[in-house]
Design a binder for this molecule. Structure first.
Ligand code: ADP
Ligand code: NA
Length: 330
């Protein structure tokens, strides 16, 4: 009944790191290359739930777009566009927001983990899941490549689809299916007990995928491991070296056991293993980085891709928003 469509969202905060790449972007590219219809949304409206420096936000949108395209998102096949280019998101968000309660949204754990003081919850952060529901429904999304942490948001989305049906007796939205992303979370290179994140102020904790080769080399070599020079996998007892093995597995699509067996067979210590891993990462991203730099040097071409993405996204968004407004009596 509904055409299969996958929505992929990323906050344009800067060049994505290798955790974003292995946990999300690489999977999106695989889906695209196996024939799925992808909408890749640069979620800049979501990004301002935390105040951003205007020039940084403007620049980050382009850096993120260029990183995704250079990594393999093909703007001819997939729709890649900037969320704020379509007013449809905020309008649909308002319309759908009328279908739920403050209490229902308040149960979503995500914003709670980001604020310490209940009396100063930014309204944007609180309303974030409603906007996200609007993003999903605007495209009549059937599949979402998201992690476990997004389950409460998906539940809210499903609840709002039911409410819409309850009030208006029209079944116009598919219930999106989660496409679980099974890989292990990539962790910080300096604090392997926490996940690698853009919001980590310590830059040495991550590898941004368009980093200079020297920086990649340095970050891998300086990744925190332990006093045991032997390569073995144990996420609890040896988070540092296990994280490097996880990255290796993600980069090569090789199973953990065979990576460890190979390292042991070659008598590699953690230092030699790091060297090999750095080389793999550098070689993987070398052509992509060249493409990235080309795109960043041709701003008008990059903007034309986003314009084209906006027009294609708008066609779908117009149709859904008109349908919803018509049903609601506008
Ligand atoms: P960040 O937490 O760095 O701000 P985002 O929230 O923008 O990243 O996430 C974008 C995508 O990347 C999401 O699909 C998210 O699940 C994935 N992702 C983020 N950090 C990691 C990580 N450390 N390991 C694996 N996937 C990650
Ligand atoms: Na995040």
């Amino acid at each position: 009944m509904f055409q299969r469509r996958v929505l992929c969202g990323i906050q344009p905060s800067s060049v994505p790191h290798i955790g974003n790449y292995l946990g999300a972007i690489k999977k999106w590219i695989d889906l695209q290359n196996s024939g799925d219809n992808l909408v890749v949304m640069l979620a800049d409206l979501h990004a301002v739930t935390i105040p951003r420096e205007p020039e940084t936000l403007r620049k980050s949108v382009l850096e993120t777009a260029a990183s995704l395209i250079a990594s393999g998102i093909d703007p001819k096949r997939s729709i890649i566009y900037r969320q704020s280019d379509l007013y449809h998101h905020t309008q649909l968000s308002w319309l759908l927001g009328t279908l739920t309660t403050v209490q229902k949204v308040g149960h979503i754990p995500t914003y709670k983990s980001k604020v310490k003081d209940e009396s100063s919850i930014p309204l944007g952060l609180f309303l974030y899941p409603i906007l996200q529901t609007a993003d999903i429904l605007l495209f009549k999304t059937t599949h979402l490549p998201i992690g476990e942490d997004q389950i409460p948001h998906l539940q809210l989305c499903t609840y709002m689809i039911e409410k819409f049906y309850h009030y208006y007796k029209k079944n116009i939205f598919p219930v999106p299916q989660m496409m679980a992303t099974e890989t292990n979370r990539i962790r910080s290179l300096r604090h392997p007990e926490q996940k690698m994140s853009k919001s980590d102020i310590e830059e040495r904790s991550r590898i941004d995928i368009m980093d200079d080769e020297k920086i990649i080399q340095e970050r891998v070599m300086k990744a925190l491991t332990d006093f045991n020079a032997h390569v073995s996998y144990d996420r609890e007892q040896r988070p540092g070296v296990s994280n490097l093995i996880d990255i290796y597995a993600g980069m090569t699509d090789q199973p953990i056991e065979s990576i460890v067996a190979e390292a042991q067979k070659d008598n590699m210590n953690t230092g030699a293993f790091k060297k090999r891993l750095a080389q793999i990462i550098i070689e993987h991203f070398r052509p992509k980085r060249a493409e990235y730099l080309k795109l960043m040097n041709d701003r008008s071409y990059l903007l034309s891709i986003l314009d084209n993405g906006r027009e294609r996204a708008k066609e779908i968004a117009d149709s859904t928003l008109n349908e919803v407004k018509d049903i609601m009596g506008f």
